[in-house]
Design a protein around this ligand. Structure first.
Ligand code: PA5
Length: 482
């Protein structure tokens, strides 16, 4: 293992390169690598965090660790997917953790314009690259935005559409409102066939469970000990992924590998531990409390949005584990390379030193596009001819990481072998494990989200009892408007 890289010897799918977080590699600042090994304080602190998480894992509190090994749940999700695979479209209706997993998986692992492709004939023998799609078009309806819901539901042929409503609680207002709209229309279009085109993914109780029982429709379970933002590898993410033809076995296999790689209390051997320990140190010791996740490549855009929820909802807490007020937590900032080199990079390079950047890279892009040799007389652009789009994208990432390093700005890079189901499973699991370690390091409970309850309650009152709610939520005061 080289200094500054949590590279496994067994050809694992994701390598964490943290050199650019370290004193000595950076011209100033960073964490002294001596602190990461042996009796070093960061190593010791991590070991304590690791033990705390292991206790949570053993007690069953952290159910997400077990998901990659639950092949029965995978089989049930695949079985439900088979029931909708012949449909023209599958609309996943959920929000937050009940939507972002499907978005991250679909975004990363399906062809970017897959929804525009024609369906392959039933006996086609597999998806044909970018030419045809097997399985339904995949849409995710999360925000209760009338423009989106109306445009989508009007565009789809509802006689050939399936719905997957996803809500662990079964009572989330946005999800249930979107579902009520979509289900009503689907019933009218599909008639008696409608219940066969509905898959409910929910927790033990709640209105959705009851509805599924009444209709006799397929119902998948979200395990009680798996919270929304940790549910991408449960039925929540697996059913739509399987319906769209994603290899869920490989996805879980990559996640299982990552669980095993993170079974060591030795920081230098634990990739999720290194991510958590260095980002926590960056925040706690150097004031770098803004954690930028910047994947290079459009397909990982939704992974950054998923990470944002995972990091923010798990770590932003008013109270620590003892109940003391701490109002702590890093601010996750999703970005996209290379696009955001033309928007946020200036700030990352020269603004306040309150950020640490985590790049996500891919070693093998799978496909590449050659740039033709044009504009031979113009040195401003002729150097591009003969290269490839991936060489440019990846070269920009490496150049940006090094430019930040030279400016003394902390950054690390997670490199996936290739952008496939195995690597994505590994990346998702790496971040999930990292966030529970980070929870222990920040001293907070990473599994709850008490802060989102008040606005939910107030919104519910506004809709259900508008007159009463008006007296409790003051209307805008014209004195303070311009
Ligand atoms: O991570 C979480 O717990 C949340 O983002 C939930 O996923 C989100 O609020 C949706 O909840 P539910 O699945 O109960 O509809």
């Amino acid at each position: 293992m080289t200094a500054g890289s949590a590279a496994p010897s067994d050809g694992a799918t994701v390598v964490v390169d943290y050199g650019n977080m370290l004193t000595g590699v950076l011209p100033s600042g960073g964490t002294d690598p001596e602190r990461l090994v042996g009796e070093g304080d960061v190593a010791r602190r991590f070991e304590a965090a690791f033990r705390e998480v292991e206790d949570g894992r053993r007690s069953g509190e952290m159910g997400f660790f077990a998901l990659p090994f639950d092949r029965e749940a995978e089989a049930r999700a695949r079985e439900a997917a088979r029931g909708v695979v012949g449909c023209d479209a599958l609309v996943v209706i959920g929000i937050g953790g009940s939507a972002l997993g499907a978005k991250a998986l679909g975004g990363a692992l399906l062809s970017p314009f897959r929804n525009e492709l024609d369906a392959a004939p039933p006996d086609h023998g597999g998806e044909r690259g970018d030419a045809q799609r097997s399985g339904p078009r995949l849409y995710v309806l999360d925000n209760p935005d009338p423009a989106t819901a109306s445009a989508l539901l009007t565009r789809l042929d509802l006689r050939r559409t399936a719905l997957n409503v996803v809500s662990k609680s079964g009572s989330t207002a946005e999800t249930m409102a979107n579902f009520m709209v979509a289900w009503d229309r689907l019933k009218r279009a599909a008639g008696e066939d409608a219940p066969r085109r509905l898959v409910v993914t929910t927790g033990r109780g709640g209105p959705l469970r009851r509805l599924a029982e009444e209709l006799g429709t397929r119902c998948l379970s979200v395990p009680e000990n798996v919270g929304g933002r940790f549910s991408a590898l449960s039925a929540v993410g697996l059913m739509p992924a399987a319906a769209a033809g994603i290899d869920t076995g490989a996805l879980l296999g990559g996640a299982a590998d990552m669980v095993r790689r993170c079974e060591s209390p030795v920081l230098r051997e634990n990739p999720a531990g290194m991510v958590a320990a260095l980002l926590h140190a960056a925040d706690a010791e150097a004031g770098a409390g803004i954690h930028v996740l910047m994947p290079y490549g459009d397909r990982l855009r939704w992974l950054a949005a998923w990470f944002q929820q995972l990091w923010a909802e798990s770590l932003g807490k008013a109270r620590d584990r003892t109940g003391a007020i701490v109002e702590t937590g890093p601010t996750p900032l999703p970005a996209l390379g290379a696009n955001d080199q033309h928007s946020v990079l200036q700030l990352l390079m020269e603004g306040p030193r309150d950020k640490a950047v985590v790049f996500v890279a891919c070693r093998d892009p799978g496909e590449d596009v050659a740039v033709p040799r044009l504009f031979g007389d113009d040195p401003a652009v002729s150097y591009l001819g003969g290269s490839t789009l991936f060489q440019l994208l990846d070269g920009e990432r490496r150049a940006t990481a090094d430019a930040l390093r030279r400016a003394g700005r902390m950054n690390m890079t997670l490199t996936a072998d290739r952008l496939d189901a195995r690597s994505l499973g590994a990346l998702i699991m790496l971040f999930q494990i990292a966030v529970v370690y980070a929870g222990a390091l920040y001293g907070v409970d990473p599994l709850d989200q008490p802060g989102v309850e008040l606005s939910k309650k107030l919104a519910r009152e506004l809709i259900a009892r508008p007159a009463e709610a008006r007296s409790r939520i003051p209307p805008p005061d014209p004195r303070w408007q311009v």
